[in-house]
Design a protein around this ligand. Structure first.
Ligand SMILES: [Zn+2]
Length: 118
């Protein structure tokens, strides 16, 4: 067995301390310092990661405000005068009415087409 093949097996067995390696990999590991070092590094990494499970870090009290501040897009607030507000409302109502009329026209024309086709 070559080191590259053994390395793949080592990654699988590293989490289990007394895991049994396949016989060919175990024989290779007995005589190969490189693979022994690799297994040692895997286990050291896993120990380090498991020690982090119990570490709790208290967030900074300003963290939430900073996150929300970065999420909000910068939007200017425009104050409309009463006359401008009325114009904006009328434009919106006009656009809605036009859309409704266009939809009704399309619906009626489809109904007419379907009755003609029959
Ligand atoms: Zn090796």
């Amino acid at each position: 067995m070559q080191c590259e093949e053994v390395t793949l097996v080592l990654a699988e067995v590293a989490p289990v301390e007394d895991a049994a390696l396949p016989l060919a990999a175990a024989r290779h590991l007995d005589g190969c310092l490189r693979c022994q070092a690799e297994l040692s590094q895997y286990r050291k990494l896993l120990r380090g990661l498991s020690s982090l499970r119990e570490v709790q870090i208290a967030p900074d009290s300003t963290l939430l405000d900073e996150i929300l501040e970065n999420l909000r897009p910068p939007a200017p607030v425009l104050k409309l005068r009463r006359r401008d507000r009325r114009k904006a409302i009328l434009k919106g109502v006009g656009a809605a009415a036009a859309t409704g009329a266009a939809g009704a026209f399309v619906a009626v024309s489809k109904l007419n087409r379907s009755t003609v086709a029959q």
